[in-house]
Ligand binder design. Sequence first.
Ligand SMILES: [Zn+2]
Length: 251
Amino acid sequence: MIESILSTLGKQALQLATKEAWRIASAHWSLDSRMGDVNRAYNKVRGELAEVGLLADGVYLDDIELEVAFLPSYGEAGFVYEQTGWLSRLVGYREGVIYLPRDLPATAFVPGGTLTDTIRHEYAHAWHWLEPDFFERPWYSKAFVIPYNEVSASPAEEWHWRVERSRKFQSSLNSCRNDRERMALYRKTLRDDFVSEYAATLSCEDFAETFMYYLRYRNSIDRFSSRPGVYKKLLAVQKAVTTASRELGLQ
Ligand SMILES: [Zn+2]
C-alpha cells in the first residue's frame, strides 16, 4: 500500500518537474521574439519619465536598468530588489534593477494592465530604492498614511477602520437592502480610494500602483475627480514629481 502511494507521489513529482522544466525552456525559446515588445515598453516609460522630469541623459532615473530574469513568473509581473539577500546576489540579482520574469506575463494588477504598466509600477519601487529619503518627507504619509516600508499594517486594514467610522458610509450601509447591495457599496468605496485591489495590500504597492496610473494618465488626471481617494493620491504624486524634478534642475 505504502509503496503504491510512494510510487504515485513519485510519478506526480516527476510530472510536475517535467512540466516546470518545459515552462522554463519554452520561456527561453520564445523570449527572442518578444524582446522587441520589452524594449518598446521600456523606452516608452523612459520617455514618460523624461517628460515628467525624473530622467534625463545620465541623470536620476536614467540609472535604472531593466533585465529579463532567468526564471519564469511565479505570480509576479515584475520585481525590483531594494535590498538583496546573499541568495539573490548569488544567483546574480542586483539591487535597483527592474526584472521581468522570463515568460513576460502580459497582465499587470489593474484591469487591462500591460507590460508597460508593469514597468511603470516597477519604476516606482526603483525610484524609492534610488532615493528613500525623499519618501520620508511629509508628502508621503499625508497621501499614503502608512510609511513606504511598513509591512505590518496594510492600507486595506486602515481603510476598513476609516470607513467603519465614517457617518456617510454607515448611513449608506444602513440604506442597503441586502448583502448584494452591501458588497457593491464596499467595492465602490474601495475603488474610490485605491487604483486596484493590489494597491490595498501594502503601502509600497499603493504608491507603485498610483505612480503607474499617474504616468499612464499624466495628461488627464482630472478624469479621476469622481474617485476622491485615488484623485487625492494622484495629485500628491504629481506634486512630489514636480518637487523632485525642480530640485534636480530638470524643470
Ligand atoms: Zn510592486
